[in-house]
Design a protein around this ligand. Structure first.
Ligand code: F6R
Length: 608
């Protein structure tokens, strides 16, 4: 959420910064701006709205210069206006700052600065940083930034330029991701690899407390006491093609259609059919350690929390270890029971979600072993967890998570297989699971081949104002996920419930205007789900059923049916997710919604 990109080198910075911002637009898109050193001073351009608004301004009124910083905003403090857009400058316009994160003591600092003669123009917390750096400046920008940062509490990823020390960009990180990109006599700073992958794949991931100084000749990393730090250079293993739409109208659709490959990538090289188990070398846990856990806590947010619920079901069934699933935002503020014999599984596509990261740190502090199921390589959760399973789903740009969800469920199945085989799962059962996993990519493709039919269905339901999603067992979380997908991109109110729970309240909502999506594959709870379908039908509800074979019991009860292939119970949510994603996608598009940039949302929630 919010994106930063900065450039120093010999090329004209403006177009590079705009390009970088466009690649970051999925992280925040309510206003944007740039600050470029024009040879005399700092020149800024800002605009409310999408990056295209800023681009129009910059085309009409370009800024020359080979050093600059830029920002795309997701508003926290202050409305998304041009004045509140970053960069923010000091009183004299000599220092410009872009910032991701929240300065928690900004009100007190603002009063103090105002009492000392500083004048503020915006409502943002970020502007405080520009004035603090101004107050601390004594000829050297990094020294002033260090002094200012010692006064702030909160989270930040910042980039700063100044006409008083004009050859450099100073960047710093505390709780908000930041990387340095290394080119040939040119250097970048960015909140996210996608902003710069077109230009370089060599990056340095900054740690909390790091401050980087970049100029045309190189970069150095120091800490907040100005001590030199050594940081390794990493190679980004994906390329530009993966962050482009590749002929699809939206990233979300592209990512839905990538799932046969992404599901396969999550499994690649990890299945050991000869031993009916899985190999997860990144876990950093020996068999003895895997056998030693008394309890498991899985923590996550949003869609990742839904996959956590599926993981709970799998792990309890096959390891017989008690599992608890916790919203990361709740876990971090209560007093959870965690011991050194607790395994804490942390699930996050981005690896940067603030609540999930904080929950993981809390679990670690209390002695748990932490394992991250993360998609973004080099992200904070991936680096700070004791071990992990990368999803290998490739960059997910669509704000609504799709391919990461199916890969998370597959990764949880691999972990379950690995742990289960050490405990309660026989070789025969393990072999069945492997066979079912290997069949998934082709099965996902079978569902994608029905996209046209699902689009047709969307046409019939696009004007409804409410939806109910119901499922049981492994597919209760799938129902939650289906409802979340629909509401976040189409703005239709949708609720997910365990199917039988419906009669304890939500049944009151059912009438002919209420479509009810049942996730009803032929699994161990199918018969129970049929009874729930009957209850809905008896009250005039219109049922859309996701089924896996001809079911005479559903004849006459169901208005529409979407068929998914048959798999083992624990993997049904992977297959059920695909038509649910497509249904949400097509409904949203038909309602004229911007599915890749839904209102009020942004990818990677790096604030509390
Ligand atoms: C929904 C969605 C969000 C994320 C949530 C956690 O489509 O994308 O609910 O799942 O913000 O994000 P990660 O997985 O990056 O921690």
């Amino acid at each position: 959420m919010c994106g930063i990109v900065g450039y120093v080198g010999s090329r004209i910075a403006g177009p590079l910064l705009l390009e970088g911002l466009k690649r970051l637009e999925y992280r925040g898109y309510d206003s944007a701006g740039v600050a470029i050193m024009n040879g005399k001073g700092v020149e800024t351009r800002k605009a409310a709205g999408k990056i295209s608004m800023l681009e129009t301004i910059m085309v009409g009124n370009p800024v020359a210069g080979t050093l600059g910083i830029a920002h795309t905003r997701w508003a926290t403090h202050g409305a998304p206006t041009t004045t509140n857009a970053h960069p923010h400058v000091d009183c004299k316009g000599n220092i410009a700052v872009v910032h991701n994160g929240i300065i928690e003591n900004s009100t007190a600092l603002r009063h103090w600065l105002e009492d000392n003669g500083h004048t503020f123009v915006s409502e943002t917390d970020t502007e405080v940083l520009a004035h603090l750096i101004e107050a601390s400046f004594d000829g050297n920008l990094e020294e002033a930034v260090i002094e200012a940062l010692h006064m702030v509490h909160g989270t930040y990823g910042i980039a700063v330029v100044s006409s008083l020390d004009p050859q450099k960009i100073v960047a710093a990180r505390m709780g908000s991701p930041l990387i340095i990109g290394l080119g040939e006599n040119e250097f970048y700073v960015a909140s996210d690899v996608s902003a710069i992958v077109e230009h370089t794949r060599q990056v340095v991931y900054l740690d909390d407390g790091d401050l980087a100084v970049l100029d045309r000749t190189g970069y150095r990393v120091i800490d907040l006491e100005a001590q030199e730090m050594t940081r390794t250079v990493s190679q980004v293993d994906w390329d530009l093609g993966q962050i482009e739409r590749g002929g699809f109208p939206h990233f979300m659709l592209k990512e839905i259609f990538e799932q046969p490959a992404t599901v396969e990538n999550t499994m690649r090289g990890r299945l050991l059919p000869a031993d009916s188990t899985a190999k997860l070398s990144g876990l950093n846990l020996s068999d003895d350690e895997l056998l030693s856990f008394d309890n498991i806590i899985i923590t996550a947010c949003g869609t990742s929390w839904h996959s956590a619920l599926i993981g709970e079901h799998m792990l309890e069934e096959m390891t017989r270890i008690p599992v608890e699933v916790e919203y990361a935002s709740e876990f971090r503020y209560r007093n959870p029971i965690v011991t050194p014999r607790t395994l804490c599984i942390v699930i996050s596509q981005s690896g940067e979600t603030a609540d999930t990261l904080a929950a993981m740190r809390e679990a670690k502090r209390r002695g748990a072993r932490t394992v991250g199921l993360v998609n973004v390589v080099g992200s904070t959760i991936a680096r700070e967890s004791d071990g992990g399973v990368y999803l290998h789903a490739g960059p997910e740009i669509g704000v609504a998570s799709t391919k990461a969800f199916t890969s998370q469920v597959v990764a949880l199945a691999l972990l379950t297989l690995r742990m289960g085989r050490l405990r309660a799962v026989s070789a025969v059962r393990g072999a069945e699971i492997i066979q079912a996993l290997m069949a998934l990519p082709a099965q996902v493709q079978e569902i994608l081949d029905q996209a046209e039919q699902i689009e047709h269905l969307a046409e019939q339901y696009k004007d409804n104002s409410n939806f109910l999603y119901l499922g049981r067992g492994f597919n209760f979380p799938a129902a939650l996920e289906g409802a979340l997908k629909l509401k976040e991109i189409s703005y239709i109110h949708a609720e997910g419930y365990p199917a039988a729970e419906m009669k304890h309240g939500p049944i009151a909502l059912i009438d002919s205007a209420m479509p009810v999506v049942f996730i009803a594959p032929h699994d161990s709870v199918f018969e129970k789900v049929v009874s729930n379908v009957q209850e809905v039908k008896a009250r005039g509800g219109r049922v859309i059923a996701i089924t896996s074979r001809d079911e005479p019991q559903l004849a006459g009860l169901v208005a529409h049916e979407i068929r998914i292939p048959q798999t083992i119970d624990m993997l049904t949510p992977v297959l059920a997710a695909v038509p649910l994603q497509l249904l949400a996608y097509y409904i949203a598009v038909k309602r004229g919604c911007n599915v890749d940039q839904p209102r009020n949302l942004a990818k990677s929630v790096t604030v509390e």
